[in-house]
Design a protein around this ligand. Structure first.
Ligand code: ADP
Length: 427
């Protein structure tokens, strides 16, 4: 076995150097610097002429030098080490350490490296770099100083350092994977935004023509075709709503949304919007009711067009996701400088783990391929954006199968709005 020489480094010093590496490990993401530190310390603590780290390259099926002493680094960059005819290859494939005390004429040593470096491997100690019990590379110490023998201590030091290098490599790989995934997500998100902006812009003009001409025809042609023209106009109006939703999102993403504020009564708005939905509610056999204070108009300073969209989207959803015989209620009240609006239904409800995500763009609880309802998953994200433009808040409480409650709160005046802006920093 290995000799246990008296010249082994002082244990305290060894530990200090290993702790130093741990510190570098936790303080930097610079893998090159880190592996360099590992090989330098390994060289010093094992009293070797040189140490190097090789990593397995799946593309070539060989080991490539990743870190080596300064004086060898450039020469080693171009070399790769085959798995079959090298000691490093054996260590890697068997996932076990190896020591060769007299390597000068050992046939297992891959001599190409010696040739390139114009040196001679006389002794060698190598251990695998393991991640989750799988080898990813090898760390090797070459030529024990003063023609000495590698010891059990050297092996222990090298194994500890191999463990640290492996963690660093794994971390760096995970960080790279995350960065790549993030870049890909950003690219897809940009594509999605561009698509929304272009599609909504390009669809507007032809749709305007369809609507204009069909309305004109309805007024001029005989009554025999009114029914067909009504279908065309209704469908075109539905398309217009979808395109407007897409345009709203596109504007919001580009930061082009304008908020035009005025004093208006939320109570009046609730009455009007609910009135517009009474027909739909009746057709579905749903009771739609409002509940507002009798002697307070619930005035707020905000963009009435945008708040009307919020209210419409919530009531439309409540009616969509409630079955015949159900109830939808819209309630509003004052709450410490805010107006609080609640839209409650007795519908299908929303699973707890979906309640955050339903406010995301294009998110729908049911897959859009299997769902029975229309919609593009934009209504709630638009509502959220519009409420947040007013420094308000919107949320949902629901139990699957038991109905849902959507609530939004809007500051009543500018003073409250700027105070709210500081509290709920929305982006
Ligand atoms: P969509 O227009 O496609 O319905 P929304 O953004 O308005 O998109 O809503 C997103 C999803 O949230 C809906 O597809 C639905 O799954 C769920 N949802 C919204 N409101 C309700 C509700 N009142 N009850 C049950 N599910 C709802």
């Amino acid at each position: 076995m290995m000799a246990n020489k008296n010249q082994q480094p002082n244990k305290v010093r060894q530990l200090e150097r290993i702790v130093e590496i741990s510190r570098v490990l936790s303080s930097t993401h610079d893998l090159t610097r880190l592996l360099q530190a590992v090989v330098d310390v390994a060289c010093e603590l094992t009293h070797s002429e040189a140490t190097s780290i090789m990593l397995f390259d799946p593309a070539s099926g060989e080991l490539r030098f990743e870190a080596a002493p300064d004086f060898q680094r450039n020469s080693l960059k171009s070399i790769s080490v085959p798995l079959e005819s090298s000691v490093a290859g054996w260590i890697f494939t068997h996932a076990r350490p190896m020591v060769i005390q007299d390597a000068s004429s050992d046939p297992r040593v891959y001599r190409e490296v010696d040739k390139t470096l114009q040196s001679q491997t006389n002794s060698l100690l190598g251990v695998p770099l393991m991640v989750k019990q799988k080898p990813i590379g090898v760390i090797e110490a070459i030529n024990k100083m003063d023609n000495g023998q590698y010891t059990e201590d050297d092996l222990a030091v090298l194994e500890t350092l191999a463990g640290q290098a492996a963690i660093a490599i794994e971390n760096a790989r995970l960080v790279r994977k995350l960065q790549d995934a993030n870049a890909e997500l950003m690219r897809l998100d940009r594509m999605k935004s561009d698509f929304i902006a272009i599609a909504s812009h390009e669809l507007r003009t032809p749709l305007g023509l369809i609507l204009g001409h069909s309305t004109f025809l309805k007024e001029t042609v005989s009554d025999t075709h009114t029914e067909q023209l009504d279908v065309i106009i209704r469908s075109a109006m539905r398309l217009k709503e979808i395109i407007e939703d897409m345009a709203t999102i596109a504007h919001e993403e580009k930061g082009q949304s304008r908020v035009r504020k005025d004093q208006f009564s939320i109570k009046e708005m609730i009455t009007n919007v609910a009135k517009n939905f009474q027909d739909v509610a009746k057709r579905k056999g749903i009771k739609l009711e409002t509940d507002t204070p009798p002697d307070d108009p619930l005035n707020i300073f905000g963009d009435s067009e945008k708040i009307a969209v919020v209210l419409s989207n919530l009531i439309e959803n409540a009616l969509t996701f409630t079955d015949e015989g159900g109830q939808v209620g819209v309630k509003a009240e004052k709450d410490e400088g805010y107006v609080k609006v609640l839209v409650v239904d007795t519908g299908i409800g929303i699973p707890a783990d979906e309640q955050e995500r339903i406010f995301d763009r294009f998110y729908q609880v049911e897959s859009h391929l299997t769902r029975r309802h229309g919609g593009m998953g934009l209504g709630l994200s638009i509502a959220k954006a519009m409420v947040e433009m007013h420094n308000g808040q919107i949320w949902c409480e629901s139990k699957e199968g038991m109905g849902s409650l959507f609530c939004f709160m809007l500051p009543m005046d500018e003073e409250k709005a700027s105070a709210a802006a500081k509290v709920f920093k929305t982006d």
